[in-house]
Write a protein that binds this ligand. Structure first.
Ligand SMILES: Cc1cc2nc3c(=O)[nH]c(=O)nc-3n(C[C@H](O)[C@H](O)[C@H](O)COP(=O)(O)O)c2cc1C
Length: 257
């Protein structure tokens, strides 16, 4: 089931218009400096971020895994990450926990010298839903599978709400996050709806090393779920997909606030 869902997400993102109605980065104008006082040839793009050296201040955010198509995408992305010396995250590794034979769709990243590798699990999976929560051992397995530098935990509770088979319990997540963050270097990430100032403070209190705000303005997962619901003519889910299509905190506001 996960494999089908992952494949559908990729295909819908590829074929349909799934971005939010407004790109909030278009509202940002950089202030012109007429007197730059820099020698262009001396500009270095490399940065040290969370103790790793990247050739550019760029990280390919967590996207996929769990299907043959995803393996190909991860291989291509890892090759690019090696070539340009930038970081890379993998998509939710729940599929590898539930089905061992899907592990290589993620571990393909190990074939490349990626300077920052980020494993990925969902915050909903840290809690008991219809099924048991991930155990510490399972978290260890996904982290070690790719010899990760960081563990991204994605907060996609909105997506879970609009997804037909969504995991809807978030009670106790901050406590569980604190436990996990005391054992792993955690990056908290949203998946397109942003973090508020208050939630960011909660994440810092829980001990995360960084926050990927993943705010509104790019891909809308509610839009992706709208198209999945449309395929099976689930009118209620189509309605919630439409309602939340443009929901969230724009990425620039998430950073500035
Ligand atoms: C097809 C697809 C699959 C994704 N899967 C994951 C995932 O497994 N884990 C995760 O943390 N984020 C996932 N994301 C969310 C992205 O990492 C990102 O946070 C989101 O698309 C917002 O970024 P954007 O504004 O650049 O589109 C996925 C995005 C897309 C389009």
């Amino acid at each position: 089931m996960i494999e089908n869902r992952k494949e559908e997400h990729i295909r819908i993102a590829e074929q349909k218009e799934v971005t939010s109605s407004h790109n909030y980065w278009d509202d940002i104008t950089l202030v012109h400096r007429a007197i730059p006082e820099v020698d262009f040839d001396e500009i270095k793009t490399s940065v040290a971020f969370l103790g790793r050296k990247l050739n550019y201040p760029l990280i390919i955010s967590s996207m996929t895994g769990g299907t043959e198509l995803a393996k190909k995408i991860n291989r291509n992305l890892a090759a690019a990450a090696e070539k340009f010396g930038i970081g890379m995250g993998l998509g939710s590794m729940r599929a590898a926990v539930e089905k061992k034979e899907l592990e290589d769709t993620f571990s393909v990243i190990n074939d490349f010298k990626v300077p920052m590798k980020i494993a990925n699990i969902g915050a909903p999976q840290l809690l008991k839903q219809g099924k048991p929560a991930f155990t510490n051992k399972q978290i260890d397995e996904v982290f070690n599978l790719i010899d990760a530098d960081f563990l991204a935990i994605h907060f996609n509770f909105l997506q879970e709400m609009v997804q037909p088979e969504g995991d809807r319990n978030s009670k106790g997540i901050l406590k569980r996050l604190s436990e996990v963050a005391s054992s792993y270097p955690v990056i908290a990430k949203e998946t397109g709806n942003g973090f508020s100032h208050k939630d960011a403070l909660n994440l810092i209190d829980a001990g995360v090393k960084a926050i990927d705000v993943g705010g509104l303005g790019g891909t809308s997962f509610a839009a992706i779920e709208y198209y999945r619901a449309e395929k099976v003519n689930d009118r209620e889910k189509m309605r919630s997909g439409l309602t939340f299509w443009d929901w969230g905190i724009p990425s620039p506001a998430s950073i500035i606030e």
